[in-house]
Design a protein around this ligand. Structure first.
Ligand code: NAP
Length: 287
């Protein structure tokens, strides 16, 4: 990749967010760096909101090659950056920043990470009517990834104007119909879409709510159910989807996918095949 730093003078990487202590990105990224003998250290970088600007100045001036960005700063960092590449502009969010000799460039690898959960040439994508649950930052990256590959995307969210703004921001693709529907999700919505994606924290370990799928919803073998939540792996949504025979895609696929593309931005190299997945599985098994 063109921003590779072959001199190796930028030796630090990290994940910037609040909180970040729970993040599994350091395990995945550091393992891949070590496996390839790349002398970089990947750090946890917890940052308070009123210190975000100063933290980015630090990334610019200290020997940082780049950082991942996580909740709650994926949009908040954008005004401080010097450039946004097309992926960040389309998803309207940044989860990777490269420090190119003092020039901070924002990227989004969540879209590519999400899409990597689908197998190559996936039939599900070709059938392509997507019900997307949630309208936050992850949903935006997901719409950017799906827009040119499916025939319809319906966003169902508590805040329908926010969902409409999300669709307007990402922009239309010629053959993709878009719509918003009000909360809550209904059995009719599930019946009317083949790909069901959860992009809310509902079902995540420690979150106050664990269910958004309506009780009488019918899922079939023709449904593909994708939960972006990855702790636990078996969310209540995916447990039910599996019980009813639907095809399930786990949130860890997106996490590994975004991490692999981020690693290529940071180092100009691909991580060893399957390593991040193995490290993530080992880390998840300890939780
Ligand atoms: P976000 O920007 O805060 O958006 C969260 C969305 O969920 C918003 O639409 C929010 O609605 C909705 N929501 C939250 N609680 C709800 C509830 N009780 N009932 C109905 N809707 C609710 O967060 P995000 O960055 O999009 O992340 C969302 C989730 O995606 C995360 O929790 C994480 O598990 C997952 N994620 C996974 C990966 C991965 O690599 N696997 C990457 C990124 C994110 P309001 O706007 O009304 O609050």
């Amino acid at each position: 990749m063109k921003n590779q730093d072959p001199t190796g003078t930028n030796l630090l990487l990290g994940i910037l967010g609040n909180p970040v202590s729970h993040s599994l990105s350091p395990n995945m990224q550091q393992s891949a760096l070590d496996a390839l003998g790349i002398p970089m250290r990947y750090l946890h970088l917890p940052v308070e909101p009123d210190q975000l600007s100063g933290a980015l100045d630090g990334i610019r001036s200290l020997p940082f090659r780049g950082v991942n960005v996580t909740i709650p700063y994926k949009q908040a960092v954008m005004p401080y950056l010097d450039q946004l590449d097309a992926t960040a502009q389309e998803a309207n969010a940044v989860n990777v920043i490269l420090n190119d000799h003092g020039c901070l460039i924002g990227y989004n690898t969540d879209s590519a990470g999400f899409m990597s959960g689908f197998s190559h040439g996936s039939d599900a994508l070709r059938r392509g009517r997507v019900l997307l649950v949630g309208a936050g930052g992850a949903a935006c990256a997901i719409v950017a990834g799906l827009m040119r590959r499916v025939s319809a995307i319906t966003v169902v969210a508590r805040d329908t104007p926010k969902a409409q703004t999300l669709l307007n921001t990402v922009g239309a693709a010629q053959h993709c119909q878009t719509a918003t529907l009000p909360w809550p999700v209904t059995p009719a919505m599930i019946a009317d879409h083949g790909i069901i994606v959860n992009a809310t924290p509902i079902g995540m370990q420690g979150f106050s709510v664990d269910r958004w799928l309506p009780e009488h919803a019918t899922l079939t073998a023709l449904h593909t159910c994708y939960d972006t939540v990855y702790i636990p792996q078996d969310t209540p949504f995916l447990v039910e989807a599996k019980r009813q025979g639907a095809h399930c895609i786990y949130g860890k696929a997106m996490l590994v996918g975004q991490g692999e593309v981020a690693f290529q931005h940071f180092t100009g190299q691909c991580p060893p095949h399957g390593l991040m997945q193995t490290v993530l599985d080992a880390s998840l098994s300890l939780l």
